[in-house]
Design a protein around this ligand. Structure first.
Ligand code: SF4
Ligand code: SF4
Length: 210
């Protein structure tokens, strides 16, 4: 991948977000993040680390140091195949895969994921369809995905798309669940509950330090 940024840029203290580590550590079991001994087992065992711009070990170190922007815009979390090898092999039982998911969610929420990289675009379009309709319609999802990542592919795949359409295997119909509003209320409630838990955990952390 020629357009990968590489890590030869200079970072400054002002680039750091001191709350980033706590934000990621707020996922269940995430507090173990601080127990990392930087042994590199996760990077060594990861089947995809040679394709990543930052290794899993580096991701953990950068989160702890507060390099929020660099972590959220890296390709690593999007290349992670969720195989859980790193989590199983970590001598400190750190949930690295879950940490990758937490970083992905945050990157989508803050809109700072690598924009032209297909995986975050697909994830973002999927979540937005589920939020609007309660489910994603495959045909529409694929069309939006191709338009936002590589529109020329639309013409290249037009013949195949037409064949699939004719045989009823590809539909552009918008599918929706009943009572989408109720589903959205449930999702908002869960999000609010998570935020309240995070806030009360943060208060707990401060009290522990007194
Ligand atoms: S295997 Fe665990 S302890 Fe070792 S670097 Fe990775 S996260 Fe840290
Ligand atoms: S879960 Fe992700 S980061 Fe961990 S070993 Fe598998 S691909 Fe690598």
């Amino acid at each position: 991948m020629d357009n990968w940024r590489g890590w030869d840029k200079i970072s400054y203290q002002s680039d750091l977000d001191p709350r980033f580590a706590e934000e990621i550590a707020s996922i269940p079991g995430g507090d173990k993040l601080f127990a990392c001994i930087q042994c590199g087992t996760c990077s060594g065992m990861c089947p995809l680390s040679s394709y990543m711009d930052v290794t899993p070990r580096q991701i953990i170190a950068m989160i702890r140091a507060g390099f929020k922007g660099d972590v959220l815009s890296s390709y690593t979390t999007w290349l992670c195949a969720s195989c859980y090898t790193c989590s199983v092999e970590c001598p400190k039982q750190i949930k690295i895969t879950d940490i990758m998911y937490a970083a992905k969610r945050l990157a989508i929420r803050e809109g700072v994921y690598p924009k032209k990289f297909p995986i975050p675009v697909l994830a973002s379009e999927f979540f937005s369809a589920v939020e609007k309709n309660g489910r994603s319609s495959e045909g529409r999802l694929i069309m939006k995905f191709v338009m936002k990542t590589n529109p020329l592919n639309m013409f290249k795949q037009a013949g195949l798309g037409l064949k699939l359409f004719r045989t009823g295997r590809f539909s552009i119909k918008r599918e929706s669940v009943e009572r989408v509003g109720e589903l959205n209320s449930m999702m908002k409630f869960l999000e609010m509950e998570h935020m309240i838990k995070k806030a009360s955990d943060a208060v707990g952390v401060k009290e522990d330090h007194k």
